[in-house]
Design a protein around this ligand. Structure first.
Ligand code: HSE
Length: 431
């Protein structure tokens, strides 16, 4: 992009699109002063050309005809429609039409990264995607650039704002789960289908992208062990407190011998840890590098303004040629890129929090602990209380570190026992 004027098109004029238009139209002069580039938003495409997006746009730039984007002499197209199709086909068409692409679409990058990045390389184009992970937190550029001298040892991310918001509401206000989901949707944090937030899908897709950048891990996100916050009950929050912990949905990547361990799970973290202090819709990422040690990033991971901040930063980087340098150097999902394998989830080990609902009869506790013992799972503490909604009892068991395969086998055997009233819930525990 030699020219000092860079022409930009935007596809998808929803909550984030409105924020992006706000920045590109209203901060145009400031951006030109800082970068020397005149970045012009010249076309916006959306099926809905009538709704108010809270931003004044010049007459004639909003269209519902995608061919106006494809056929205009645009340098950069921003994809903000979300989801897999037609987003994938649109992005391929933008690349073919000679446009560089900026996207906030984590599902697209996590599912179709290899295909899209190969195609961009083949066509000599770039794709920038900072906004796809943790919204306003510049986490991808930190991993790819600022921390590049380090061998990354681990990543712990609170990367789903909706889940953190719900946990905070349950923790602080004893809130009702459905109300918290609706509020997260109203504030623009939640996905169109919020089950992808609360079942851990959103977090695992973001983890897949971070793991590709940090370790070169090429893995299908569906193969990563995933538990969402939809299993968390108020009683877990209460028991966690008794244990001096808070529950956070953690997406974790950890370098171990033979590869990288990947997991998304509600996790009991010590109440004094920085992760426990991340509340509401905030996201946070803790990275440990071999030279830098632990670094901690926190900020808003969703919503109109933080996400628009990341999208526009990618637009500016692309206009300035910075994206081209990192895109070529990173060779994401490309042949010859260093790639660390994801380890088999059953070959890992963990400390677990187990919640069982069992019949309150003599011998049930002995049978339960017996099954754990037979599978080599050692117990570090155990709490019991009567269940409010049944004649059964809730058993909370904290294990010592145990092989994940043994834990899974023990839970399966417990779940098939006649004294068990509900499927056993497992969360991870951090010391
Ligand atoms: N739905 C996501 C979240 C935001 O709640 O964090 C977009 O990635």
């Amino acid at each position: 992009m030699e020219n000092n004027t860079v022409k930009v098109g935007l596809v998808g004029f929803g909550t984030i699109g409105g924020g992006v238009a706000d920045i590109l139209l209203n901060k145009k002069e400031e951006i030109r002063r800082k970068t020397g580039k005149a970045i012009e938003l010249v076309k916006i495409c959306d099926k809905d050309t009538a709704s108010d997006r809270g931003v004044q746009i010049p007459d004639g730039i909003l269209t519902d005809d995608l061919s106006e984007i494809i056929n205009s002499p645009l340098d950069i197209v921003i994809e903000l429609i979300g989801g897999l199709e037609p987003a994938r086909t649109f992005v391929l068409n933008f690349l073919k039409a000679g446009k560089d692409v900026v996207t906030a679409n984590k599902a697209l990058v996590a599912n179709h990264g290899p295909e899209l990045f190969d195609e961009a390389r083949r066509l000599g184009r770039t794709i920038a995607f900072e906004a796809s992970v943790c919204g306003g937190i510049p986490i991808l550029s930190s991993i790819a650039s600022s921390l590049q001298a380090n061998t990354i040892k681990s990543i712990d991310a609170i990367c789903n704002g909706t889940s953190n918001f719900i946990l905070s509401q349950m923790e602080g206000k004893g809130a009702d789960y459905d109300g918290a989901v609706k509020e997260a949707q109203r504030l623009g944090y939640a996905e169109a289908n919020p089950s992808m937030d609360v079942d851990g899908t959103d977090a695992v897709q973001k983890l897949t992208i971070m793991a590709q950048l940090a370790f070169g891990v090429k893995t299908d996100w569906k193969s990563i062990p995933r538990t969402g916050i939809d299993i968390v009950k108020s009683l877990d929050i209460r028991f966690a407190r008794k244990l001096g912990k808070r529950i956070r949905l953690l997406a974790t990547a950890k370098r171990v011998s033979g590869g990288v361990e990947l997991k998304v799970s509600p996790t009991l973290v010590p109440e004094t840890s920085p992760l426990a202090k991340v509340c509401d819709a905030f996201n946070a990422v803790q990275i440990i590098g071999d030279f830098v040690g632990p670094v901690f990033y926190q900020g808003l991971g969703a919503g109109r303004k933080p996400t628009a901040s990341a999208v526009c930063s990618d637009v500016i980087d692309t206009a300035l040629g910075r994206t081209r340098i990192t895109f070529d150097a990173l060779n994401l999902w490309g042949p010859g890129r260093e790639s660390v394998p994801a380890v088999d989830p059953n070959q890992t080990s963990e400390t677990a929090y187990l919640r069982l609902k069992v019949e309150d009869h003599p011998g049930v506790l002995a049978k339960t602990t017996g099954i754990l013992g037979q599978h080599g799972v050692s117990i570090s503490s155990l709490l019991q209380e009567a269940d409010d909604d049944s004649s059964g009892a809730n058993l909370i068991i904290l294990t010592h570190e145990a092989p994940s395969g043994s834990l899974a086998a023990a839970i399966e055997e417990i779940n098939s026992s006649s004294f068990v009233l509900e499927k056993t819930v497992k969360m991870s525990v951090r010391d």
